[in-house]
Design a protein. Structure first.
Length: 343
């Protein structure tokens, strides 16, 4: 990683939001339902908030994207609350927000599931890049990992551990399939590495699982346009792979999205072996359940001249106010609603 990324990019220590609203439309990979997702600027300490709108006269529902909002992790990460699921397959847009260093945003969605687009985070990255980011005159708050937290389930394991600088991901998959086999990736995650190496890696699935998935109500929107489809010995998509290890890269992308539900950027390293959404969620829940394993730290102090410049920027594009979000970090994250479950 280049040093100037730390000074100028997502590690600079101040919170960010979008410069202007941006939108993405498509269908959900599991539901097949169309949805438009509009990402709006938000003020500091909002965090990422999903707002489900357009439900036939029902009031809009709002949910803060954090680990306590996860209601399901089968095949995708689903956010919801006591009233039920609110938004399915949140992981790729969350990965884009986290990977590009967007701290605050309102994500309005008018359907039950985030559009799958091409199966990667590329469309969300493009939308955010088109809108651009502004920094806000408030220090970024990080979660620094103080000691290893590990979850093992059968042959899967996941661990968050201290790391000297920034956020690192190390991910290994091992599929008994000639096209995939054992793949390992490791990245120090910063906006340009995320954009270049991870954001374009696509969702994948096996032909042999399709009938089972369909009968369970999953993958109803899946197609060659949004999923790498693998039969017994080869890839069926005519365009081929974007990376030889696209499968492991996509798993890393998923993990970045799932770990974005920490509610603040992590300072640490995550290692996942044969993992998935369920494991990612279990490790993050285990971290939050152990207050001795992490501490909240603020970004560097802001110089006065930068603060003034930022005020001017944000006067033109007043971020939308919401009632809750990151602000509950200091008091709220210690007690998750439930413990890890990776059975
Ligand atoms: Zn995924």
């Amino acid at each position: 990683m280049r040093v100037d990324e730390y000074r100028l990019g997502m590690k600079a220590g101040r919170q960010t939001t979008l410069r202007r609203p941006t939108a993405v439309s498509g269908i959900g990979v599991h539901s097949g339902a169309p949805a438009t997702l509009t990402i709006l600027p938000a003020e500091a300490d909002t965090g990422i908030v999903f707002v489900r709108c357009g439900t036939n006269g029902q009031p809009d529902r709002e949910i803060v994207a954090n680990v306590r909002a996860v209601t399901a992790t089968e095949f995708a990460t689903v956010l919801g609350d006591a009233a039920g699921p609110l938004c399915s397959t949140a992981e790729h847009v969350l990965a884009a927000m986290s990977g590009l260093g967007v701290d605050n945003a309102i994500i309005e969605i008018d359907g039950p599931e985030v559009p799958i687009m091409d199966g990667s985070a590329a469309a969300f990255v493009d939308a955010i890049d088109q809108a651009g980011l502004i920094t806000l005159p408030v220090p970024r708050r990080y979660i620094r990992i103080l000691k290893p937290v590990r979850v093992v389930s059968g042959e899967s394991s996941g661990e968050l551990r201290p790391h000297p600088q920034g956020f690192r991901i190390e991910l290994e998959i091992d599929f008994n399939h000639p096209l995939i086999g054992r793949q390992q990736v490791a990245y120090d995650v910063a906006p340009d590495t995320f954009r270049r190496e991870l954001s374009r890696a696509r969702t994948f699935g096996f032909m042999r699982d399709v009938a089972k998935l369909w009968s369970a109500g999953y993958a109803l929107g899946a197609s060659f346009d949004n999923t790498l489809v693998i039969n017994e010995d080869r890839l069926l998509n005519p365009e081929g792979l974007r990376f030889a290890d696209e499968f492991a890269r996509h798993k890393a992308l998923d993990a970045i999205g799932d770990l974005a539900l920490a509610g603040a950027p992590l300072l640490g390293a995550y290692r996942s072996v044969r993992g998935g959404h369920k494991l990612n969620h279990a490790v993050l829940s285990a971290l939050m359940a152990d207050p001795s394993a992490w501490v909240l730290v603020d970004g560097p102090e802001i110089r006065p001249e930068i603060r003034q410049e930022t005020r001017q920027e944000s006067r033109n594009e007043a971020p939308r106010r919401v009632t809750r979000g990151h602000a509950d970090l200091a008091t709220g994250l210690v007690a998750p609603a439930y413990g890890p479950d990776v059975s």
